[in-house]
Ligand binder design. Structure first.
Ligand code: BTN
Length: 263
């Protein structure tokens, strides 16, 4: 695949800040984890837009150090970004990535994915893709972000681990898509969401996120800072924090946490 060039211009009246996002793809047949390779490349100065893609991963990892099943036939890549956004907005990188993956899947197979806060992508009530973002901060700015994305594309003939039976889905079960086609779609859409994020235009992200929100209107239990908050999910607020309505209409916004159950 050839490199793509997209503008991430921010138009602010007469002022225009131009930072082109040049994608430069580095493809590997097998790696331990594309995020590890991306980190090494970033340490040696790899530019924003470097994309490390692998045909399979032998030690793919997900959030909370869980393993990420990465056989041949899936899409596994990590994007190197140097966004310079405030540290408090770093979680929005994963939101932008989740929206881009959902857009690309919808374009490829016509089905409409949902987003489970904070950044799991679901189809037919099962997880089809995930995002793992690792950041390096200094002076309260995000200097480096490694946005790792894994998508279940071809269900492997050799079978899937027991813990994924019933909770994961592969695109091949619902339509026909190739990892390469999907990668092109994700990168094309990510450019747009990333531009909005960098320009501080969060409204479209929030609207799109809530439109795809798997948890909206459901009863949820969310673990955050060693406590569990339970209540009805009212979607995400302007900062993409999860809004939970507890008893007597009292609401709490959770910026970081993990949904332990929903019904
Ligand atoms: C999750 O849902 O827990 C996040 C999964 C992220 C998996 C991707 S695959 C490409 C990149 N390399 C990794 O080792 N992990 C991410």
């Amino acid at each position: 695949m050839s490199a793509h060039r997209h503008s991430t211009d921010c138009h602010d009246g007469a002022r225009s800040v131009s930072r082109p996002l040049n994608f430069s793809l580095k493809w590997f047949e097998e790696v331990l984890s594309t995020s590890d390779v991306a980190r090494e490349l970033a340490k040696s100065g790899a530019a924003e837009g470097t994309v490390v893609v692998a045909g399979r991963q032998s030690a793919g990892r997900g959030r909370f150090s869980s393993p990420w099943f990465s056989p041949e036939g899936g899409l596994y890549f990590t994007l190197v970004l140097r966004p310079e956004i405030p540290a408090g907005q770093s979680h929005l990188l994963a939101v932008a990535a989740g929206l881009a993956v959902a857009d690309a899947i919808e374009l490829a197979i016509g089905a409409s994915p949902q987003l489970k806060w904070p950044n799991d992508i679901y189809l037919s009530g099962k997880k089809v893709a995930g995002v793992l973002t690792e950041t390096e901060l200094s002076d309260q700015r995000v200097r480096l972000a490694l946005v790792g994305i894994g998508v279940n594309v071809e269900r492997p003939d050799s079978g899937v681990p027991d813990h994924l039976q019933g909770s994961a889905v592969w695109l091949s079960e619902l339509g026909a898509a190739s990892p390469t086609e999907l990668l092109t779609g994700v990168l094309g859409s990510f450019v747009v969401w990333y531009q909005r994020l960098k320009c501080g235009d969060f409204a479209a992200m929030v609207e799109s996120y809530n439109r795809r929100g798997l948890l909206v209107g459901r009863h949820v239990e969310v673990k955050s800072a060693n406590q569990v908050v339970a209540g009805r999910c009212r979607g995400v607020n302007a900062q993409c924090a999860l809004v939970i309505e507890q008893a007597r209409g009292f609401t709490t916004a959770i910026a970081e946490g993990e949904v332990c159950s929903w019904s």
